[in-house]
Every structure is written in C-alpha cells, then in structure tokens.
Design a protein around this ligand. Sequence first.
Ligand code: MLT
Length: 387
Amino acid sequence: MYQYHCLNPISNIGLSRFTENYQKTEEIKNADGVLVRSAAMHDIELPENLLAVARAGAGVNNIPLDKCAEHGIVVFNTPGANANGVKELVIAGMLLASRDIVGGIEWVKANKDVETIAKDAEKEKKNFAGTEIAGKKLGIIGVGAIGVKVANTAVNLGMEVYGYDPYLSVDVALSLSREVKHVVNIDEIYANCDFITIHVPLMDSTKGMINAEAIGKMKDGVIVLNFARDLLVAENDMLAALDSGKVRKYVSDFANPTTAGHNGCIVIPHLGASTEESEDNCAVMAVDELKDYLENGNIRNSVNYPACDMGTCGNMGRIAILHKNIANMITQFTAAFGEAGINISDMTNKSRGEYAYTLMDIEQTADNKIIERLKGIPGVFRVRVVK
Ligand code: MLT
C-alpha cells in the first residue's frame, strides 16, 4: 500500500486514478509521494520515507530540486499539461494590452446608474481605444510547450511571429507553424517585435533576464507579457520603462507589491493554468508519473533525475538506486549482486548533471545484506526495492 499526500488541492479526476493500493494521508511524514501545486516546499522538512514529489504544473521554483535529489527524492512536473490554458490567457493579455478593455469596463461599472450611459459611452470610448494585434510582430522567448501554442495561434490571428529558443526540441519544431521565424539571436526579438512574451523556466541563468539592458534594445512602445514567473523580469526596471513610455504595457500573471496598481501594468492573479481542463490535465499527468515511479521505478518528466523506462515490473525483483553521477558506481552495484550469485537480467543507468539513476531487474529477491551493501557505497542517496 502506497500513501500519498496533497500539499494543495488536486483535481479529483487525477486523484481518481489512484487504485486501491493507494491511500491518501493527511500527514506528509507518512507519504511515499507528494502532490503539489504552488505550496512552497523549500522550508519543509523532507520526510525520510518520501520517494517522489509530483508538481501538477510546469514551474518548479517552489521545490528544492537539489535537496530532493540528495535525499533520493525524484521530482516530477507536468510539461504541456496546462499549456493551452496559459496560451489562451497570453492571447487575452495581448488583447487587454492593445485596447483599454479593463478601463472601459470600469467606466461602465462606475456609470451604471447614469441614465445617459449609452450616449455618454459613445463620447467616452475614444479614451479606451487602441490597436489591433493582426499585422503586429510577436516575439516569443522560449518556444516550448506553451510558446509553440502561442506562436501557432498568433500566426492564425494574423501576427508575424518570431521565436527564440536555443533548446528547441524536435517535437516542438515539428509542430511549429512554418510561418514562425526562428531567430538565433534574442536581440532580433528585441529589435523587431511589438509584443514580447516570455516562456522560459525561472533559473539562476534566467532570473532578471528582462532588465534595463534588454528593455533598452526593445522597440519604443513595446508590450511585454510575462506568464512564466515574475522574477524573470527586473520589475523595477520595467516600471521605469513604463513611466518613461519606452514600454507601453507590462502584462504579468504574478501579482506582487511592485507591479500591482502601477500605471501601465496589467496584473492578473496567476490565472494562466486556472481552468478546469488544465487542472485536470496536470493532475492526471502528475498522478500517472507518480504511480509509474512508485510501482515500476520508471521516471518520466523529472526535473532532477534522468528519464528511465524499463516498462512494467515483471515477476522478478527490481532495484532502483539513486546516486551521484560519478565514476565506478555501476561496477560496485554489479559486484554486489555478482558476489551474491544473483543474475541481473536487465539494467539501465542514466545520468543528468550531478545525479544518476540505475534500475536493475534481478532474477531473485535481494536480501537485506545486499541492500545494505548498496546503501553503504559512497555517493548512493537511496536504494529502493521496487519489487
Ligand atoms: C505552471 O507553472 O504550470 C503555471 O504557472 C501554473 C501553476 O503554477 O500552477
């Protein structure tokens, strides 16, 4: 019986995929797996038994990835599962920035009791007028699961789309409209685009990437959209650019005291993935990833350990070893089984940066002595008898 704990509410469509072999626990300390959305995990003490964390969403800045890796905890996310929800809000963001739709609606609300509202509206509307998005140039920084959907939709809306992504995957490239101009220098986006939208993960290398220097390279009157993470933008630089008129609007899905209420900022309370469909899709994907890891040791869409798939766990034993990516590990693992006379029938070893994962099918049950021996090898974080 596996136990799972939800740090945030998770859609029932996802949770219903847990079979009778799973039990929900209200205590994280009892959990084999944790499901999380935005709860901050950096200060949570990681329970000894915890095997995996599945983030129902894409961003993982609320999870201490290295700390988890060093405790032998695999962290998963659900790339693409909420991409359509985010894409739709990015398109809405472009429209909200192009005409003062929000200002117009507020004017109507403020004048709801005025008898002459219909006539007055015709006079007032010039204050809320703007431009169209068709024919404008849209620059997409980060053409991943969300970026590709934004790109293709924008093409269909008549925009000229530029995409920048040094890590463009083959899958994305195959689904990207041929009308999208793929640029290899981000400055081309800055120099040409009327709208710029960011879709990269928040990492040390991307933090504050949209700063005064980057903004300085942009066209006057540019509209910047941020549905990725607020810390990607040096927001004080952005406010200065809004005040000077360099940037026309900054649309952000991240409410914070810096941008909330500032002139030119359109701030949304993190609604990108807040649709029934996205929440269901993320929950289904997160639960499936968690189950496959707990039951079979397979890793799909992890953000701290490499992908690994040895299929369904058969009748024989399966051992998972989470360890440092250093020399001489496999020799020591195989020696432990070899010296005990146990045949390894299948094995995969994969690495990702500093961390590695070895999954082995063995032809008889490994006794405690072997497991303890494996655990004692320097650089091993966790040894798990999957079966
Ligand atoms: C994501 O990271 O997937 C989105 O920002 C939505 C969310 O945080 O749930």
